[in-house]
Design a protein around this ligand. Structure first.
Ligand code: G3I
Length: 655
């Protein structure tokens, strides 16, 4: 018998009376037991006792019983004002269904510096020292920068800061800069020091953090990262500020297929904070340039490349205050014949279906607004039977501000999936990352209600169109089997998981509900911790149907037996296994063939486990991978297949 998890909560009257209902229709108590998860008063940690309010035994073998969500809801629910609008006809050419866009006008999500005046006044932030194993700071002191302090200037001033790295043992450390402020340089003075030079403009008003790293002369992985704050105030006399040359935000070089519609966002920029106009210089026939319907600084370039070869398009930007000041940028497209993208053999979704596995991938946000959207769509719609929104369903994408909902991209991905008979994995309902700052700032006692309201809003909008839900993502500590001390865990201990699954089950009795985790595809404390968590959840009748093994691995991965054993341990508990986010990063010197073998062996391990029913990769082209530097996927950046693609085809087909 599991020890009862005692949660102490003082519920609002509504939460104890099912008649209240309403709100986001999060469902009321479903049995005689006292409900949980509706409280708006401080709750203690799961398992602790408290003398005030009503004790609620929700542990033991009983599933949690959900309280009504408050009505009105804790935060404003989606409204008709959030409904996406139909995009102009031209956008449809990228996809074979009408696209929608966010309603105009967009509520500006202010880009607030992560540092405040109080941070600036507090002085130079402390250096962050990384000490590798085997180094004793008492014997080998950390490198540091001499004499730095926060700097305050007026827009138009040039910032000059000399960086002199020092080491307690007297040797000269190395140094490098992390991300430079826009237009800044980190110049070598050829005497062991460097100087940060930054011409500031009106666009830089605010507090900018600049970080340089000092490298220990003896141990290169022994480093000190020193951040320095630069406060840029309004210019004393704007007329004295240099009028900068405008430009467009850099556009990548893309490979596109001849005849495919190409759409490229042109984002006009001017360091003086004004918005330049944008013109095409000698554009290819049929190219058009239309202003964005929401942001005056944005324009959409559209064209259909008719000839194979390298196509360049020159873009002229004209200063808003002085039209004689112009910038010129060049966009380059490598236009390839359609034949280069034809693939023989079975489509992955069909090959997998023969072997009973549902095969799919994550899809990038707004893929249809990328220049190679035509190639992206044609690969995805033919190869995948299941899609996961890589980021479009995350809280910071859907609900960036209280009361503001941005559904358009997720609506478009849903339409894409439906258009091509793809199942959908909703991802993620509850995660500790990609939360809008307003959620991170909520009071602990309100968080479970916020969590349930978000779950309810997303599931209600996509009810019946999502087959699988990643209900809770990454509940464990990164490396150990301990519970992650997330802001969700801070509310009720692990019982937030019970409530999240109960909420999801109440909203979608038929869906497959998944607990998703990374680094559980091999033996170790993390998988042990996962198994213990799964046992605790099952003992409390939490409605988990499957465990997601993310499988973000490296080409050196060879623990296939351990993967099989871990899958078997989950299967023994009556749960399915989903491989949810497979990608195989190339370690230094590894070949594409090695990578292909890892893809094949992971697939084989899934095929050998009857309860491994879903296999998804985390994207398919290296260009859009979050691990792009390590080329982890099976198409390269230019949509050419790699050996891993053929290996997947053969393995999924059972050859
Ligand atoms: O959409 C905004 C865009 O408007 C803005 O201009 C841009 C620059 O700030 O950011 C864009 O949001 C980014 C988002 O991806 C969409 O591209 C976020 O900054 C970025 O943090 C986010 O990264 C995603 C990450 O999860 C965090 O959500 C990665 O692409 C995505 O691959 C990664 O996926 C996670 C799974 O969800 C869970 N398992 C681990 C996996 C890898 O971390």
């Amino acid at each position: 018998m599991m020890p009862a998890i005692r949660v102490l909560a003082i519920f609002t009257a509504c939460a104890l009376v099912t008649a209240c209902g309403g709100g986001d229709s999060g469902g009321g108590a479903t049995s005689g037991a006292d409900p949980v998860g509706g409280g708006t008063e401080p709750v203690t940690d799961a398992g602790s006792d408290n003398n005030s309010g009503s004790d609620v035994d929700i542990g033991g073998d009983e599933p949690v019983v959900l309280a009504d969500l408050p009505s009105p809801p804790l935060t404003e629910a989606p409204s008709a004002n959030d409904e996406p609008i139909a995009l102009a006809q031209e956008f449809h050419t990228i996809t074979d269904f009408p696209l929608v866009g966010e309603p105009s006008p967009r509520v500006p999500v202010s880009v607030v510096s992560q540092f405040s005046e109080a941070d600036f006044a507090a002085g130079l932030p402390p250096a962050v020292v990384s000490v590798p194993d085997g180094v004793d700071p008492a014997l080998n002191g950390a490198p540091f920068f001499e004499g730095l302090q926060n700097v305050r200037v007026n827009a138009g001033d040039v910032v000059e800061i000399r960086y002199a790295p020092r080491d307690p043992e007297g040797e000269l450390p190395g140094q490098f800069a992390q991300e430079l402020p826009p237009g800044a340089t980190f110049d070598d003075n050829f005497d062991g020091t460097r100087t940060l030079r930054w011409q500031t403009f009106q666009a830089d008003v605010g507090i900018t953090a600049f970080t340089a790293v000092a490298i220990d002369p003896a141990v290169s992985s022994y480093r000190s990262s020193q951040t320095l704050l630069i406060a840029v105030d309004e210019s004393v006399d704007p007329a004295n500020v240099v009028n900068a040359t405008p430009s467009i935000r850099a556009v990548d070089n893309y490979t596109v297929r001849v005849g495919d519609p190409v759409v490229i966002l042109l984002d006009g920029q001017d360091r003086n904070g004004t918005i330049p106009s944008i013109e095409l210089v000698n554009p290819p026939a049929g190219a058009t340039l239309t202003p964005d319907y929401r942001d005056e600084g944005l324009s959409w370039l559209r064209l259909v490349p008719e000839f194979v070869g390298t196509l360049t398009i020159d873009v002229l930007t004209r200063d808003a205050l002085d039209s004689s000041i112009t910038g010129l940028d060049r966009i380059t497209l490598f236009v390839k014949p359609a034949s280069e993208f034809e693939r023989s053999g079975a489509r992955l979704r069909d090959a997998a279906a023969n072997g009973r596995v549902l095969f799919g991938s994550a899809l990038s946000p707004v893929f249809y607004l990328q220049a190679d959207g035509g190639l992206y769509e044609s690969f995805a719609d033919s190869e995948f039977a299941l899609m996961t929104p890589e980021s479009s369903m995350k809280w910071d994408a859907i609900n960036p501000l209280p009361g503001l909902f941005e559904w358009a991209d997720m609506d478009n991905l849903m339409r894409f999936a439906e258009q091509h008979s793809m199942a959908v994995r909703g991802h993620p309902l509850v995660w500790h990352r990609s939360l809008p700052s307003w959620v991170e700032e909520t009071a602990v006692e309100d968080r479970i209600v916020h969590m349930r309201e978000f779950i309810t809003r997303v599931m209600n909008r996509y009810a019946d169109r999502v087959d699988i839900w990643d209900v809770v993502n990454e509940p464990l500590n990164d490396t150990s089997g301990e519970m992650r001390q997330s802001l969700w865990f801070e509310t009720l201990g692990e019982q937030y998981i019970d409530i999240a699954f109960a909420q999801a089950r109440e909203l979608d009795p038929a869906a497959t509900l998944v607990l998703n985790e990374f680094d559980v595809g091999f033996a170790g404390p993390k998988f042990d911790g996962l198994l213990q968590l799964v046992d605790r959840l099952l003992a409390r009748d939490v409605s988990v149907d499957a465990v997601g093994f993310q499988m973000h691995v490296f080409s050196s991965f060879n623990q296939f037996d351990e993967l099989a054993a871990n899958m078997a341990a989950i299967a023994e508990r009556g749960l399915d296994i989903h491989i949810t986010e497979l990608d195989v990063a190339l370690v230094a010197g590894a070949s594409d063939a090695t990578q292909a073998n890892v893809y094949a062996r992971v697939i084989e391990t899934c095929q050998e486990q009857p309860q491994c029913t879903v296999l998804q990769t985390w994207g398919f082209t290296d260009r859009y991978s979050f691990r792009t530097v390590t080329e982890p996927l099976y198409l390269n950046r230019d949509f050419a297949t790699k050996p891993a693609y053929e290996a997947m085809q053969q393995t999924l087909s059972g050859n």
